[in-house]
Design a protein around this ligand. Structure first.
Ligand code: IDP
Length: 140
């Protein structure tokens, strides 16, 4: 298979709890390469843009409040089956349902505070990478 890219985010709870190094170590242990990184504080407008598909849902306002409460880390990951590999590393969306030793089981505390985000399809990976990175910021 050709190399694939996915978008990864460490949410405010994971950054605040100082899990960046642990999570990067586990990402690299899968064989995926980190080819771009950035730390930033999302504005409300950015959080709304990123999660536009959830506008109107019951958890939308708590999600936007949570995503803007502190800095996040965003990454582009590259490798074979990058999207599936990283989704498997993260585990299920709800930390209480995530398999043992996944990122969300280990570092998430609930919903929406589930520590990480990862793209769920090639289309969302392209959109999410372009949301945060220009082509010349990716060292592939
Ligand atoms: P994903 O992050 O696994 O792709 P999505 O369904 O796209 O899951 O949801 C986006 C984010 O919204 C989740 O990661 C979680 O932080 C939050 N979220 C989703 N469903 C709920 C819910 O029922 N209650 C509270 N927060 C939720």
């Amino acid at each position: 298979m050709a190399l694939e890219r996915t978008f990864s985010m460490l949410k405010p709870d994971a950054v605040k709890a100082a899990h960046i190094g642990d999570i990067y170590q586990q990402i690299e242990a899968t064989g995926l390469k980190i080819v771009a990184v950035k730390m930033l504080q999302l504005s409300r407008e950015q959080a709304e843009g990123f999660y536009a598909e959830h506008h109107g849902k019951s958890f939308y306002e708590p999600l936007i409040a949570f995503m803007t409460e502190g800095p996040i880390m965003v990454q582009v990951l590259e490798g074979e089956h990058a999207i599936e590999t990283y989704r498997n590393l993260m585990g299920a969306t709800d930390p209480s349902q995530a398999a043992p030793n996944t990122l969300r089981a280990n570092y998430g505390s609930g919903m929406p505070a589930n520590a990480t985000h990862g793209s769920d399809s090639p289309e969302s990976a392209s959109r999410e990478i372009a949301f945060f990175f220009s082509d010349d910021e990716i060292c592939g």
